[in-house]
Design a protein around this ligand. Structure first.
Ligand SMILES: [Zn+2]
Ligand SMILES: [Zn+2]
Length: 367
């Protein structure tokens, strides 16, 4: 029997029988969607689907890089579908990729390498991709990825320990300054309102009708040069400090709110007009508030750490620092927020300027 070296991809749905028990029809719909998408990616990357067995797919590829690319691309697409359709997040796949000798027979492939791909799949995180050391060593320079070394693992019916790596698509926004703020927001503890909290800082509007009490540390600071910020505060650049929603209390008058764009609103003093907050409305009510640095009592302690919206930075505004600079379209947060409004194309964000978004939102139209 002739043996051939092949990259073997094995994908399986996590917890399939449990899901089927909960909602058979919906689980089946999502399974079909996933299997079709994976089949497309296998073909698009030069692989061949060998067989489907219930909720699993076995495929072979002539090259390891193509197999890993197909797996990563598939998981990325599944993630995108599930991010936009909350009901679609039940069926999620684990994928294992191995390099090994296979025997072709009866329209199928056989060999230890196939079994090992399935075993590696078992330990992949839900929605993730794991590969054997043999695959990892052969990954070409044409593929960008990050990885975790999961060490040597023993597998049932495999005689020696196998080195396993988890592979992830490289996140192009990994180093974006906003990413740090978002990860801190995610880890933020919810505080019990009854607990007396020491104030971290305070602020107020120009006339003093609104006082701001801030009881949690800042999540991050920045400049925004975007057109919408320029118009809404009437200044060439907006400097802000972000705080968890739970850490900000408005005392006295409450800020009047005005929908600023399809994705955000601002709060201002109804008496004097000072802007006192900015918050995201999409995709869900934001977990943090951006407070204009200028209304804080100690703005000197909240130095901006990066520049956003630099595509609109005014040519005569020279700020000589070496802080990171990013365009709006590079922000993972803005991409997600505008994406939820069906405006995934950054070109559209510029077109959807202040006036146009007011048209869309009648309530916000000036009387
Ligand atoms: Zn005021
Ligand atoms: Zn802005």
């Amino acid at each position: 029997m002739e043996r051939q070296l092949a990259a073997i991809l094995y994908a399986d749905v996590a917890g399939y029988s449990r899901l089927t028990g909960q909602d058979e029809a919906e689980t089946h719909r999502q399974l079909n969607q996933g299997l079709n998408l994976l089949t497309e990616q296998i073909t698009a990357h030069g692989g061949k689907k060998v067989h489907e067995a219930g909720d699993a797919i076995l495929a072979e590829f002539p090259a390891v890089t193509a197999a890993v690319e197909a797996a990563l691309r598939f998981q990325q697409l599944m993630g995108e579908i599930q991010a936009t359709d909350a009901d679609s997040d039940q069926v999620q796949f684990r994928i294992g990729v191995n390099l090994g000798e296979v025997i072709h027979d009866r329209g199928d492939i056989y060999g230890d390498g196939v079994n090992l791909a399935a075993r590696i799949q078992d330990i992949a995180p839900i929605g993730g991709v794991c590969v054997s050391g043999a695959v990892f060593d052969q990954l070409g320079s044409g593929i960008e990825f990050s990885y975790d070394d999961l060490g040597y693992r023993d597998f049932k019916n495999i005689s020696r320990p196998i080195h396993v790596y988890q592979i992830r698509a490289k996140d192009p926004y990994e180093n974006h300054p906003m990413a740090a703020i978002e990860s801190r927001v995610k880890g933020q503890l919810m505080f019990d309102d009854a607990i007396e909290r020491k104030l971290v800082t305070r602020g107020r509007c120009a006339c003093g009708s609104i006082e701001i009490e801030i009881s949690q540390e800042s999540l991050g600071t920045g400049f925004c040069h975007c057109k919408i910020c320029q118009r809404s505060i009437g200044a060439p650049v907006f400097a802000w400090a972000a705080f968890p929603v739970d850490g900000v209390k408005f005392v006295g008058d409450q800020p009047q709110r005005h929908r600023l764009s399809l994705i955000a609103e601002r709060g201002f003093c109804a008496k004097c007009g000072s802007p006192v907050l900015w918050r995201s409305l999409k995709p869900e009510l934001g977990t943090y508030l951006a407070i204009p640095t200028g209304v804080l009592d100690n703005p000197e302690d909240y130095a901006p750490t990066w520049h956003g919206g630099i595509e609109s930075q005014l040519p005569w505004l020279q700020i000589h620092d070496d802080l990171p600079r990013a365009r709006c379209e590079e922000s993972p947060f803005l991409r997600k927020a505008w994406g939820s409004m069906d405006a995934a194309d950054p070109e559209k964000w510029i077109a959807l300027d202040y006036a146009e978004t007011l048209e869309i939102d009648d309530e916000a139209k000036p009387k």
